[in-house]
Design a protein around this ligand. Structure first.
Ligand code: RIB
Length: 306
């Protein structure tokens, strides 16, 4: 069973020729209102990849129309959302600009996501079969407490350090790594995390290898170059991504994490789960918005061969 402890946002998305620089204003013909939030995205990606009733989310939304539609969207996608609480804050909202190459820039107004506490997870029966997913859009202390609870019950923790906080104490990162089985970062996050712990190196492979030396498996997602996994025993592997013409890369990292979690939840060999996650992330880039392109179980294939 997969438990996602994380954020829910509504994404307001404008497509532009080029993402504005500081002080610049650019025009877009319209905007779209879409479902997002790293927690919700990872939950939807995992649920689409899974058999029914295998994914639950613990999160907070506002007592507003955005919150109600986000909750309905999760249920429609097969995510158990009864542990989504109401907050006095408005539902989280992300302001996203996407350029002609499919690259994005995102500002998140956190709102209700800041109200999430460890108490919210009480209604979920954590056990040794739990695969729990964490990101960085809800209070870190609450996530760390829940992750420790999952590990104490014998469950597994996947932590995606996104968005990487601009200032993160090294002691918090050490606590996070000590509580994590699989640490998922992009190239920049890998270099920044390793630097925080004293590894001054601008090669993400060295950073990933260094981070795996802290005792967890470190997976570095590298966009069109696929993903690299650095195992704590020192060996590493790479899965290349197929060639695609991305329409929108928003949510690709979340799809990767959700599909990877499903593979591990179904006891696939790690390498097979990694191949499937890379394939899922590529497919997610072929439709606009974070969730529209997330593949179904049928599109991913259920094979354990990778
Ligand atoms: O990872 C993509 C997500 O980041 C978007 O859906 C947006 O809500 C932000 O949280």
């Amino acid at each position: 069973m997969i438990l996602v402890f994380g954020s829910i946002n509504i994404d307001l998305v404008a497509r532009v020729a080029a993402i504005p620089q500081p002080g610049e204003t650019v025009l877009s013909p319209r905007y779209e209102t879409l479902f997002g939030g790293k927690g919700a995205n990872q939950a939807v990606a995992a649920a689409r990849a899974s058999l029914p009733h295998q994914v639950a989310i613990v999160a907070c939304v506002g007592n507003d129309a955005f919150g109600r539609s986000a909750r309905d969207n999760l249920a429609r996608n097969g995510v158990m959302a009864d542990l989504v609480a109401n907050s006095a804050e408005p539902t989280g909202c992300a302001f996203i600009t996407v350029d002609e190459r499919g690259e994005n820039a995102i500002t998140v107004a956190s709102g209700a996501n800041t109200s999430l506490t460890k108490a919210a997870v009480r209604g979920f029966a954590v056990d040794a079969a739990t695969v729990a997913l964490f990101q960085m859009e809800v209070p870190f202390v609450a996530s760390l407490d829940v992750a420790r609870h999952v590990r104490a019950a014998g469950g597994r923790v996947i932590w995606n350090l996104a968005p990487a906080p601009p200032s993160f104490p090294a002691s918090d990162l050490s606590d996070l790594l000590a509580t994590t089985d699989i640490f998922v970062v992009n190239e920049h996050e890998a270099i920044a995390a390793a630097a925080l712990l004293g590894c001054k190196n601008d090669d993400f492979r060295d950073a990933g290898s260094y981070l795996s030396g802290k005792g967890c498996l470190c997976v570095v997602t590298a966009g069109a170059r696929g993903a690299f996994a650095f195992h704590p025993d020192g060996h590493s592997e790479r899965v290349e991504a197929g060639l695609i013409q991305p329409i929108d890369t928003t949510g690709a990292g979340d799809t990767f994490v959700g599909v990877l979690a499903n593979g591990l939840d179904e006891a696939m060999p790690f390498t097979s789960a990694l191949h499937r996650a890379v394939r899922g992330a590529s497919l997610a880039c072929l439709a606009p918005g974070a969730q529209a392109g997330m593949p179904t179980r049928e599109q991913l294939g259920t094979t354990r061969e990778g």
